[in-house]
Design a protein around this ligand. Structure first.
Ligand code: ATP
Ligand code: MG
Length: 361
């Protein structure tokens, strides 16, 4: 007897700019997944972003948060435009969403395909802690005899370090499974997690992160993972010299922020890089790019970052086989390089890239 089909309810939050052009592509690929996966989707459209702020006075309406909490299994978030000058009362809805839904991990895979890369293909993922470190934003300034002195708190907790390291271990194991389902797409043979820190200088804060990560990754279920650690500055050097070396990188908030953007630069276009905001039992897929006002409305935004974000969301919703199908179709599109958007040096529209990926599903 066939297993009962699973239905996932997905919140769609296109936001501003090209978010409105790429999120529909994300919905299409979910609808086009083969029926043999036994997966169905239902969708709910939700508002957030700068235009929502201009219309309603809030960038993140309560209804959006409530609907996500009560009805949805996961969500896709497009982009929000950031006004160039500070606008009173406006703050980023995605930052607020991460807090309200306790999405404590920011996950950013960076990948090149075997066919499209000059050297060895890159296939790494940065797992960034998202709730503490210097981002607790507890700063103060004092007037001293020699002028002002400003300080900021760097907070590292055992709980946050433990859960981010555990999720990094789980990601490493799952990636190994996806590689097995899509052979030839990666150069890694064994799962590896690299713990990033600066505990040679910050022995208490980063020392606690390092020690907690070591403990979390020493769990029996992670015994197949090779665990190593690296001081963040030497990691930056190696990440740029030898990116193909890395598999999963786990980092406290600030180092993770910097490493994520740096690593994204390794693959050419922002239009390729996905991310996910992950908590316990919930995940929001989000392309790394912004609202790209320079190409808005032209129908040429690259949908690949969004399609990969959809796959990443599915991984965290417990559907790695569905995710692997999308990854394989996207890699094939890039490898064949017949339908590439202008940011990749091609001439294809958003729709044409999407159609080519759908054809390969
Ligand atoms: P925002 O303030 O919303 O971040 P931005 O002006 O910084 O907007 P980004 O979205 O961050 O713009 O994009 C930076 C550059 O990369 C822009 O030139 C943009 O056109 C390009 N870009 C970003 N995403 C894509 C995409 N999906 N497809 C094609 N080009 C993209
Ligand atoms: Mg930007």
């Amino acid at each position: 007897m066939a297993a009962a089909a699973r239905t996932l309810r997905i919140g769609l939050i296109p936001g501003d700019g090209i978010g409105r052009e790429v999120i529909p592509a994300g919905r299409r690929i979910l609808e086009a997944l083969p029926s043999s996966l036994n997966l169905n989707f239902s969708f709910v459209n939700l508002d957030a972003g700068f235009e929502t702020f201009q219309k309603t006075g809030t960038a993140l309406p309560d209804k959006t948060v409530e609907t996500l909490k009560k009805e949805c299994d996961g969500a896709l978030f497009g982009a929000v435009s950031s006004p160039s000058t500070k606008v009173a009362g406006y703050s980023s809805p995605i930052v607020a969403l991460r807090k309200k839904l306790d999405l404590y991990a920011n996950v950013r895979p960076v990948k090149t395909t075997a066919g499209s890369s000059n050297g060895k293909p890159i296939d790494l993922v940065i797992v960034r802690e998202n709730t503490e470190d210097l981002y607790v934003k507890e700063e103060r300034t004092e007037e001293g005899p020699n002028g002002k002195v400003a300080e900021a708190i760097k907070r590292i907790s055992e709980r946050a370090s433990h859960r981010i390291s555990t999720i990094a271990g789980e990601i490493a194991l799952r990636r190994q499974g996806i590689r097995a389902a899509a052979p030839g797409t990666s150069s890694h043979s064994q799962p590896m997690v690299t713990i990033t820190h600066k505990s040679n200088v910050l022995s208490q804060t980063d020392g606690l992160f390092r020690e907690t990560a070591r403990k979390a990754l020493a769990a029996e279920k992670f015994s197949s993972i090779h665990v190593e650690e690296q001081i963040v500055d030497s990691m930056v050097y190696k990440l740029f010299r030898q990116p193909e070396y890395y598999d999963v990188i786990v980092a406290p908030n600030l180092y993770g922020d910097i490493l994520s953007d740096g690593a994204a630069a390794l693959v050419g276009s922002l239009g390729l890089v996905p991310s996910a905001n992950v908590g316990d039992g919930f995940a929001i897929g989000e392309p790394c790019h912004g609202s790209a006002p320079d190409i808005e409305g032209k129908g040429i935004a690259n949908p690949i970052a969004t399609l990969r974000s959809v796959a990443l969301m599915l991984e965290f919703l417990g559907e790695p086989n569905a995710a692997a199908k999308i990854y394989t179709a996207v890699d094939a599109n890039l490898d064949e390089a017949k339908f590439l958007s202008p940011d990749m040096g091609g001439k294809a529209t958003t729709q044409e890239v999407l159609d080519d990926v759908l054809k390969r599903l």
